[in-house]
Design a binder for this molecule. Sequence first.
Ligand SMILES: NC(=O)c1ccc[n+]([C@@H]2O[C@H](COP(=O)([O-])OP(=O)(O)OC[C@H]3O[C@@H](n4cnc5c(N)ncnc54)[C@H](O)[C@@H]3O)[C@@H](O)[C@H]2O)c1
Ligand SMILES: [Zn+2]
Length: 372
Amino acid sequence: MNTSTMAAEVVRVDLGPRSYDIVIGDGELAHIAKHLGPHLARPRVALISDETVAGLYLDRVGQALDAAGISRADFIVPPGEASKSFPELERLVDGLLAAGIERDDTIIALGGGVIGDLAGFAASILRRGARFIQLPTTLLAQVDSAVGGKTGINSRHGKNLIGSFHQPRLVLIDTSTLETLDRRQLRAGYAEIVKYAAMTDAAFFAWLEAHGAALLAGDAPARRHAIARCCRIKADIVARDEREAGERALLNLGHTFAHAIEAAAAKGGDVIHGEAVAVGLRLAFALSARLGMCPDEDVRRVERHLAACGLPTRLADLAGDFAPATLIAAMEQDKKRQAGAPVFVLARGIGRAVLSRDVGLSDVAAVLTDGP
Ligand SMILES: NC(=O)c1ccc[n+]([C@@H]2O[C@H](COP(=O)([O-])OP(=O)(O)OC[C@H]3O[C@@H](n4cnc5c(N)ncnc54)[C@H](O)[C@@H]3O)[C@@H](O)[C@H]2O)c1
Ligand SMILES: [Zn+2]
C-alpha cells in the first residue's frame, strides 16, 4: 500500500465550543499550511521545538509555512525533561512577548511531550490564553500527551504539579516523524498503546498481539491504525471527563507503579517513562489477580506481549534500586501530594480497567516482590 497517498484520518474530540480534530497521516507535515488554515486568525505563528526535533523537522515545517505566506517566530529549547521548568517557561514567555505574539496568533508545539506540555502551558498563560496547536513527533506524544489538554511544567515538589487545562485547536500527527525516533523511545511510546488496549479494548489488545511487532518495525498502516485507535479512546474519555473528576483517571492504569519506579530511578537509575509504564502494567494486572479480580492468564498475556515487544516487565529488568520498601515509600509520598483518597487503577481482565479507592499496601508490597 502506498501510504503517502492515503487520505489522512480524523478523530474528533467532542468538547462543545472547545472541540477539535486530531488529524493522522503519513507525511502530513508537508501539508501543514492546509491544515492550519482554518484555525489561524491571521497568518502568523510562534513555533516551539527542541534542538533535536528542530534539527530534523523545522526546515520541512518552515518551508511549508513560507510557501503559504504564514510568517513565524521560532523558539528552540534544549531537549529533555529539564525544559519543563520555570526558567525555560519564563524565557519562552518573555521571548513570545518580545516577538509581539498576541492572543490571536497561534502557538505551535513541534516535538514530544516535553515540548507539548511546555508550549501548551505557555500558550495558556500568554495574554491570558493564546491559540495552540500540537504537532507531536514521539509515539508517546501522538497517542497520549498531545491529546486532552493537560499542559504544565515540573516543580521541585514533583512532576507536572504546575499547569493548566488548555485544549489545542488541532492536533496534526505526521506518523512519518517516528522514523527518526530511537528504538528505545519508540518502544516506550508503545507501552502506552498497550495501556489503552489493556484498559478498555480487548479486541485491540488481540490486534496488538498480532500486529505490534510490525508496528514497531515501521509498518505504516499498522502504526496509523494503532495511533488512531488510541486517540479515539482518549478523545472519548476526555469528552466525558475533561477535568478528571472520575473516568479520566483510568488512563493512569499502571501509572501508580510507574511513578514510584520513576521516583526511585531518579535517585540513580536509568528508566524512561514508558519502560516504567510497561512494568507498571504488569504489576497492576498482578495486583488485580492477587485481589481475585483478574484471571491469571490475563496477567501472563500482558507480560508476554510486552516482553515480546522488547519492553521490561519485571523490576529486575530495570537498571536501578527498586526494593519494595523504596517503591512503597515513593507511593506514599505521591499519595500525600494528591487531594482526596488515592485511586488505584485495577483490571477485571484485559480491556476492563476499574478505579479502586481501597487497595491495601500489604497487597501492593506482595506484588512488588515480583513473584511469578
Ligand atoms: N500532557 C499530558 O497529558 C501528558 C501525558 C503523558 C506524558 N506527558 C509528558 O510528556 C513528556 C514525555 O514526552 P516524550 O516521551 O515525548 O519525551 P520528549 O519530548 O522528551 O521526547 C523524547 C526525546 O525524543 C526526541 N525526539 C522527539 N521527537 C523526535 C523524532 N521524531 N525523532 C527523533 N527524536 C525525537 C526529543 O528531542 C527527546 O530527546 C513528560 O514530560 C510527560 O510528563 C504529558
Ligand atoms: Zn504515561
